[in-house]
Design a protein. Structure first.
Length: 208
């Protein structure tokens, strides 16, 4: 039997392909009501798959660990830089600042239980129907330190008033499966972020 095997380093795609049909039925939300990313791309994939008259399997493989995956990575980066006809016309822009927590971890779903905390947003992404997903650090006012990388959702009007790099005292809902910022209580002054050091003395002299 003829079979097409698609090898990808995106665990997100391989893990969620079986769920995508249900997301579509639920207007691109999961069973907890949380909006999902890339609904336009998922929709195109779901429409194309039945048109292919052979079996299609998706297999995950860690990226850049073989010659072929290194070539694919190089070609993808080259295409992204050149732009042109391959631009994703369904792309919905957001905004990116920098996290104040310096590690390689990714933002995780905030464990919402009605807390009131001070957050510093560093990423905003526009979701389906204009809802926003905001990634943020929590600011501990008593210790004057940041901790954690978290994400939660906010309706578009409130999200438009929540600016990257600023501090906000906010109130969350009580659903850890679908964390939402319900209210922005007040702006909070945050300490200025430390300046980045020059990489070497020569660079420092050039900047002076």
């Amino acid at each position: 039997m003829t079979c097409v095997v698609i090898v990808t380093d995106s665990y997100y795609v391989v893990e969620n392909l079986p769920r995508a049909h249900q997301w579509k039925k639920q207007k691109w939300r999961n069973r907890h009501g949380e909006p999902k990313f890339n609904d336009d791309l998922w929709n195109r994939l779901l429409k194309l798959k039945p048109k292919i008259r052979v079996r299609v399997d998706f297999i995950w493989e860690k990226g850049k660990k073989s010659e072929i995956t290194r070539l694919v990575d190089k070609a993808a980066k080259s295409a992204a830089k050149r732009g042109g006809l391959d631009v994703d016309i369904g792309y919905r822009p957001g905004g990116v600042s920098r996290s104040m927590v310096k590690d390689k971890s990714v933002a995780v779903r905030f464990d919402a239980n009605g807390q009131i905390v001070v957050i510093r947003p560093y990423v905003k992404k526009v979701m389906h129907k204009g809802e926003l997903r905001i990634s943020f650090n929590i600011f501990d006012e008593a210790a004057s330190v940041y901790h954690g990388k978290f994400f939660a959702f906010v309706e578009k009007n409130l999200g438009a008033e929540t600016h990257l790099g600023n501090g906000y005292r906010v109130r969350f809902n009580t659903d850890s499966n679908y964390p939402q910022i319900l209210e922005s209580i007040e702006r909070v002054d945050l300490p200025n972020p430390p300046r980045r050091r020059a990489k070497n003395r020569q660079e420092w002299r050039l900047q002076s």
